[in-house]
Each structure stands twice: as structure tokens, then as C-alpha cells.
Write a protein that binds this ligand. Structure first.
Ligand SMILES: [Zn+2]
Ligand SMILES: [Zn+2]
Length: 122
């Protein structure tokens, strides 16, 4: 079998294109690239799913209550800027599932911040 120079180091090898060392390195690199693609794809899927749930929550709320914020630390009030809030914050182990989501306007949502329920801003 004729020897060919390795594409990386030029050392003669009986492998088709790379010496043993660089063949292994190349395969590991390909594996890492595949893992990276899989990771970002599942991350994308998760985001897409959350966006869908979030818009369902908003749509359901609007069909029942209209542009109306239930209030957080303030009385319920009309609002054209409704957002979806996590009942248990993600940072406290909450999920993006529907049962952990509720509607608050942007201003109530941001005054709530990541405080747990029941501890309201003074
Ligand atoms: Zn080589
Ligand atoms: Zn509000």
C-alpha cells in the first residue's frame, strides 16, 4: 500500500489522509461539532416550546379578561402591556410549563422581580 503524507503534519502514513495521531484528533473534532449542533438544536426547541406556551397563556388570559393586569402589590388595572410571569422564578427552580406561568403587566412583572410570591414590594 502506497504511503501518503498526512494532511496535518506531512508524515507518511498508510491511512488515506491523516497519520494515526491526526486522524484521531480530526475524529474528535467532528464529534465535538456534532455535539455542539445537537445542543443548540435542543436549546432552540426548548425556546420555541416556551414561546408557544407563553402565547397560549396570554391568548387565554386575553379571551377571558381582556387587556387587564391582575396586579402584583397593586390593585388590578387595565394594561396594554401584558407579559407572562413565572410564579416560581426559573432561578428558584421554576419551569416554563403552563402551570408555572401567569399574566402580569410589564410594570408589575418588573416590580415583582424574582421575589417569591407573598413577599410584596413595600
Ligand atoms: Zn499527522
Ligand atoms: Zn400590572
Amino acid at each position: 500500500m502506497p504511503k501518503r503524507p498526512c494532511l496535518r503534519c506531512g508524515r507518511l502514513t498508510t491511512n488515506p489522509s491523516r497519520c494515526d495521531v491526526h486522524q484521531r484528533e480530526w475524529e474528535q473534532g467532528r464529534q465535538r461539532a456534532r455535539d455542539a449542533v445537537r445542543g443548540s438544536a435542543s436549546q432552540r426547541g426548548y425556546d420555541t416550546q416556551y414561546r408557544r406556551v407563553r402565547s397560549q397563556v396570554l391568548k387565554g388570559w386575553r379571551s377571558q379578561h381582556g387587556e387587564w393586569c391582575p396586579g402584583w402589590g397593586v390593585p388590578a388595572h387595565a394594561s396594554a402591556d401584558l407579559t407572562v410571569d413565572h410564579v416560581i422564578p426559573l432561578s428558584a427552580g421554576g419551569t416554563n410549563r403552563r402551570e408555572n406561568l401567569r399574566v402580569l403587566c410589564r410594570s408589575c412583572n418588573s416590580s415583582r422581580g424574582s421575589r417569591p410570591d407573598g413577599i410584596q414590594a413595600v
